[in-house]
Design a protein around this ligand. Structure first.
Ligand code: NI
Length: 275
């Protein structure tokens, strides 16, 4: 699969889950802006066949290279950033939940999910937008995961697909700051993730980021209960140059930590996952 096809398919799956992204995309295009993706991000569990290590070969096959590891102690995540083979193509951020740091009961719920994944299904790149590869969990199990890790709860119902696309604000002409972009997004009637402030990062750390609050959809749990759940969100990034004039390529862990909260319940983004 070539990179263009990969990202087209990924985008199609993403906007089906995240109609706000198409809406935002079209709004900027209609004002003459060009959309270039700064990065896309994936979430997975570090157990069963779907670990970061087993997903990574698909990125390497597309010409990506490992850039830097990241660790999120509080959210119990490890991650890698990957660089594309050519400029103006999206970077990739791939994270996985350190399940050993959860309780035995949460780990058992996750093991039951990943045990349903056919390892053969991991062989093709389209597994990265396969969605849920296991039966829907019960609402009770979902809540048990939510009490320990919002990331785990989200992944248990959304599955493998991009968690967000990210517009490169560096490529915008008129909307040339994160705040201008966020104001425009709000004017479309969409919510902003304000956890850690509207704009995360600064020119000093060479990366500024902002994001929407995730779209929401009804979801039918195994026990028949239907609840509105968070799907995916859209992110905006502006990169700065270092002392050598090189554009910063990494991610800022403190900012990413707050960006993860874009899938938290609206209005409670600061209260942590234990809800
Ligand atoms: Ni991101």
């Amino acid at each position: 699969m070539d990179r263009q096809t990969f990202f087209e398919q990924l985008w199609n799956d993403y906007v089906a889950m995240t109609p706000q992204a198409q809406h935002i995309h079209d709004a900027f295009v209609s004002e003459g802006e060009t959309i270039v993706n700064d990065h896309v991000a994936f979430r997975t569990f570090d157990r069963g066949p779907i670990t970061l290590e087993s997903l990574e070969p698909h990125l390497l096959a597309l010409g990506y290279t490992r850039f830097a590891p990241y660790d999120f102690k509080e959210k119990k995540l490890r991650a890698y950033g990957y660089l594309p083979p050519e400029a103006d193509q999206p970077r990739v951020f791939l994270s996985e939940l350190k399940c050993d740091e959860l309780s035995a009961s949460a780990r058992a719920i996750i093991d039951n999910l990943v045990a349903q994944v056919d390892p053969q299904r991991m062989m093709k790149a389209d597994v990265l937008w396969a969605g849920r590869l296991w039966d829907a969990p019960s609402y009770e199990d979902y809540q048990a995961l939510m009490a320990e890790s919002e990331y785990a709860a989200w992944l248990s119902i959304i599955g493998l697909r991009t968690n967000h696309f990210t517009i490169s604000v560096n490529h915008f002409q008129t909307y040339d700051s994160i705040e201008k972009v966020l104001a425009k997004v709000e004017s479309l009637g969409l919510g902003i993730n304000e956890s850690g402030g509207r704009v995360k990062g600064s020119p000093e750390v060479m990366l500024e980021q902002g994001s929407t609050l995730a779209d929401r959809q009804p979801f039918t749990f195994a026990d028949g209960q239907v609840k509105e759940i968070a799907t995916c969100y859209y992110e905006f990034a502006k990169r700065y140059r270092d002392q050598n004039g090189e554009l910063y390529q990494g991610f800022v862990a403190a900012s990413a930590d707050k960006i993860f909260e874009s899938t938290y319940d609206q209005g409670s983004a600061d209260s942590g996952a234990a809800r």
